[in-house]
Design a protein around this ligand. Structure first.
Ligand code: MN
Length: 705
């Protein structure tokens, strides 16, 4: 255990202006407060906060943070009060000790009690001041180092799992890889003791067999670089048992087949040397494809910079090499904490900060904040700038980029959930799907198995996962629509053939057209890469040019009538009139004839005048309508691709063609009747406007009675 003067000396060594008296007061206060309490190890309890403070001096943290570390368990475990702490150590230390205490309380709860509400507080408290988090991580690290002294296996396992799930990722998030690695190593050892033992043993065997492999390869790399005038510090290490284990899991391969269990780090003077060293290394040993990553030109979100590559060192051995500058190295090991150190030391502060844009803001705020409240508010935001944390109803934590919506959330939980999303509740209230999720929100996704992704979502989602899933769906849907539309064109062409088709005609036609299957033919027809005549000729060679014979109009498809209309007695049969094709948003009226159901017409329908006997019922649309079918008359010029251009409008607007027939055809124009499924009148108007603006379209009108 560090003695009082040793601890003070350490802090003074990197921060000569540190408040010595503050540190001394904290040391004595904590020692007295913890008194004769003992740790599970049998050590005096007091050794724990001092060790935690010691860990933080390695990170060169400021005097207030060190004092917080020394005092971090006094409120929770002794008679000391927050008021006392504030009086003796000032508001900053008091606030930070309070922050750490809150975090510890949550830890002490059982899994069930630690529900969403607590996790939310946990995150917010942690975000109050990054230094609170640093103390908490050091506290956890020391507890993990002494985990073996805890008698209860369940308790050990719980602490290990929590470390793996919460603290190691947090350390990674703020770039403290050294912390992360040690936390993972200790937790892994507890959680998977057998795997840990067997991997450790194999590493020992490898070491025994290979002589001083790490040193040999390291000096080889150093000499190689030296010949090109690059001064480098090269160190080798075995990968951690945990990361080896994870790799074995991910790739489903046994230890023997893992060819890169050793890794090397090349530290050079400047960025130019990083790239030169990379060139030299790649010239000497072949690189393994797919493993090269340049985090210097594109740093990780947490600011991490390095070049990673893997090369074939010998036939059987791949080695991973990381190349970085000294500064990058310090940051990678100490993350955020390194920044604070650089900031205080003054030199290079500008370049350091440039690599962590969010931290630059933060340091500025720390320097210039007018009040503690302002500081608090800003540091809380800056801590996870670019990130929001939200919870599932079960309290599971989902981390998302800022600006994420419930749709992003749903896809982050599971692709199926995303696909089936129909709505969302945030903190118990139904919200639009484009709502941006705020930190700490609880998000419940309302789902329906019948639901599909809405292409309009692409306009507001921010995560790649959501966007990719929506696009994938739209692509499939477009193809489905094209097949359906192509089928209609096909039927229509067949109906114009002079004679009925033989049973093998389609098969033969596919061969003649050199298409693999029916679906491809339908897509080709929809896209008009095959025109009517070519199809006719393929189906019935010699048919083109003969008179069209008797036209057999294709059968109409059954109309869907999932409508919601206000003003009706429940249970009364209702159907949309086939003369005027009302769609949601049209002004409508109901006609009731004796002994029949109600027929819904648009208010302008000509047939209304003829229905003097029927009873007129005043109706309006309900809220649940998702579509109606409108009839259009579309006249296109007789030129290649004219109909195809029109169809792309339907596809783009996601309007489904329910029925299509060629009404009239002459030298200049083709006239089609199209029944189009649209969302509502606005949707229809938009489509008509788009059609009118489309080349090849001569005219378009809605037929309504
Ligand atoms: Mn503690």
């Amino acid at each position: 255990m560090l003695r009082q003067y040793e601890l003070v000396e350490r802090v003074k060594s990197y921060d000569p202006d540190a408040d010595e008296a503050l540190l001394n007061r904290a040391y004595v206060f904590s020692m007295k407060a913890h008194g004769s309490q003992l740790r599970a190890s049998g050590d005096p309890y007091f050794s724990h906060p001092i060790e935690v403070a010691g860990i933080l001096t390695d990170l060169h943290l400021d005097d207030e943070t060190i004092a917080t570390a020394i005092l971090h368990d006094t409120i929770e475990d002794t008679l000391a009060t927050p008021e006392e702490i504030e009086r003796m150590f000032g508001p900053n230390v008091a606030r930070m000790v309070d922050g750490v205490t809150k975090l510890s309380k949550i830890e002490a709860q059982t899994e069930n009690e630690r529900a969403a509400e607590n996790l939310r507080k946990f995150l917010l408290a942690m975000s109050d001041d990054i230094r609170v988090l640093l103390v908490k991580l050091a506290d956890r690290l020391h507890n993990m180092r002494t985990l073996k002294f805890i008698a209860s296996p369940e308790k050990r396992r719980r602490i290990a799992r929590e470390t793996m799930d919460i603290y190691a990722p947090l350390a990674e998030r703020i770039g403290m890889y050294e912390f992360m690695t040690e936390l993972q190593a200790l937790a892994f050892q507890e959680m998977e003791p057998e795997a840990w033992a067997s991997i450790t043993k194999r590493l020992e065997l490898m070491r025994a067999g290979g002589g001083d492999l790490l040193a040999r390869i390291s000096s080889g790399i150093r000499l190689l670089l030296g010949r090109d005038g690059i001064v480098a510090e090269v160190t080798g290490r075995e990968k951690q048992p945990y990361s080896i284990w994870r790799k074995m899991q991910e790739r489903h391969i046994p230890f023997e087949q893992l060819s890169d269990v050793i890794a090397f780090r090349v530290i050079v003077d400047d960025v130019a040397d990083c790239y030169r060293a990379l060139g030299v290394i790649h010239r000497r040993w072949p690189m393994v494809p797919g493993r090269f990553k340049d985090f210097i030109s594109t740093p990780k979100r947490n600011g991490y910079r390095s070049i990673h590559t893997t090369v074939m060192h010998t036939d059987r051995m791949r080695i991973e090499i990381q190349i970085r500058t000294r500064e990058m190295h310090d940051q990678a090991e100490r993350g955020l904490a390194a920044h604070w150190a650089y900031k205080r030391e003054g030199d290079g502060a500008e370049t350091q900060q440039a690599s962590y844009p969010w931290l630059k803001d933060l340091i500025e705020i720390l320097d210039h904040a007018a009040s503690p409240e302002e500081l608090l508010e800003h540091t809380r935001l800056a801590m996870f700038q670019g990130q929001v944390f939200a919870f599932t109803p079960k309290g599971e934590l989902i981390q998302l980029p800022r600006g994420s919506t419930p749709v992003d959330f749903a896809y982050a939980v599971h692709t199926d959930l995303g696909d089936q999303t129909v709505g969302a509740k945030v903190n118990g209230r139904v919200v639009p799907l484009r709502t941006q999720i705020q930190n700490g929100d609880q998000v419940q996704i309302l789902r329906s198995k019948a639901q599909h992704p809405d292409p309009a979502w692409e306009g507001f989602v921010v995560t790649g996962k959501a966007r990719a899933a929506i696009r994938r769906f739209v692509r499939h849907k477009e193809r489905d629509e094209q097949i359906e539309f192509g089928q209609k064109l096909y039927d229509e062409v067949v109906s114009r053939l002079p004679a009925p088709l033989g049973s093998n005609a389609l098969k033969e036609a596919l061969k003649r057209l050199m298409l693999p299957d029916e679906a491809s033919l339908m897509v080709a027809l929809a896209r008009q890469t095959i025109d009517d005549e070519a199809l006719m000729e393929a189906l019935m060679p010699g048919a083109v040019g003969k008179p069209e014979g008797d036209k057999r109009p294709p059968k109409r498809r059954q109309q869907r009538s999932a409508v919601s209309i206000k003003g009706l007695t429940p249970g009364v049969a209702v159907k949309l009139a086939q003369c005027c094709h009302p769609v949601p948003g049209d002004r409508i009226v109901g006609l009731r004839r004796p002994g029949e159901g109600i027929e819904v017409h648009t208010i302008h329908c000509r047939h209304l005048a003829e229905e003097a006997d029927a009873e007129w019922i005043d109706l309006s649309w309900g809220t649940k309508n998702d579509s109606g079918t409108a009839r259009l008359r579309l006249v296109v010029r007789d030129e290649p691709g004219a109909l195809a251009t029109a169809t792309t409008v339907f596809a783009r607007e996601h309007a489904n063609i329910v029925y299509l027939t060629l009404e009239h055809r002459d030298r200049s124009f083709h006239t089609y009747a199209i029944d189009l499924e649209v969302k509502d009148i606005q949707h229809l108007m938009k489509i008509i406007a788009a059609l009118r603006a489309t080349g090849g379209v001569s005219s378009v009108e809605r037929l309504s009675g």
